[in-house]
Design a protein around this ligand. Sequence first.
Ligand SMILES: [Fe+2]
Length: 378
Amino acid sequence: MATRVEPTPGALRIEWAGGAVSEYASVWLRDNRPADRDPSNGQRLIDVVELPADPRIRSAVAADGSVVVEWEGEPQGTSFDLDWLARHGAAGDDQRPELRARLWLEGGALDAENAFAWASLADVQRDDVARVGWLTRLLQDGMAFLRGVPCNEAGILDSTALIGRVCETNYGVVFDVRSVAQPENLAYSDLGLGLHTDNPYRDPVPGFQALHVLTASRDGGDSLFADGFAIAEHLRSTDPEAFALLTRTPVPFLYQARDTDLYAERPLIQLSCRETVTAVHYNSRSIAPLRLSPAETRPYYAAYRRFAMLLRDSRLQLRLRLNDGDMVVFDNQRILHGRTGFTSARHPRYLRGCYLTRDSVYCETARLRRGLDGERRR
Ligand SMILES: [Fe+2]
């Protein structure tokens, strides 16, 4: 509820019950007139050049949950819903819950059972409230687990249909992580794998990865995970120079096989225009020779090594043994994953994986929540 509405020609200031204050520039208000949006789909009907260059507020009066703004030189005023203004103010709390990332640095101290969302496939299949809760935790924590996924070859796609859209790559719609002779990728061997993100040589980099355990290893083959966002933030606070170098140095990533040739350049730590960490790309197996001058090379390697040492620090690694029928889903641009070595001749280990597009997982979460909110309001 607004307790005071104070217009000037250039801005509208609103004091809310509770003491918060929001300010709205006149050009922003003029650009957001409800009449300039299609009433059925909400899309904007005008673009910025159709606005007056310098719209000025003549008056603003609040009544009955709205504020009516009159404009200088225009016959028509505009009524804004105060709740809408409160949600859309610069200090408003309109952020989608799934965008509030919860970083976890010391994975070695976490108990995976309690620290992350676990649900049975049956629960998320029949209950949208359980599914949106699980999806929201997946996006906040960067990873989440399902149990009871049938141990057959269709299990993974039947389950991921509840999460997002699968994207096909040169590895197929799904890929089988099990040891073969002469593997085209070291993932298909008994070797332990250090923490990495998948496919940084691809554009776009796969958003999410699902790994379904059809046959768990009884002899090694533990899964390792770390939160790349938390590790990047740790580096930013402890070694800002190294952090800055890793955010602005392009690293070439390459994958070549008989029918495939993939190349992309990206920094190991990627920032948004707000300087928040939006992606971590680290895959030692696919880093191509760096293209740096000798003067750039030495400091870069020091920073690169520092980051890689953090990834090897077992205190920062969540380690767990997944069981038959478990499925882990994680943000491949945030969570690094790896495994300990195993001996497939004695105990075969078989995981089936797939990638999901990044936007589709956010979309499914927001769409479900919107549907449930609508039901609650009815
Ligand atoms: Fe991988």
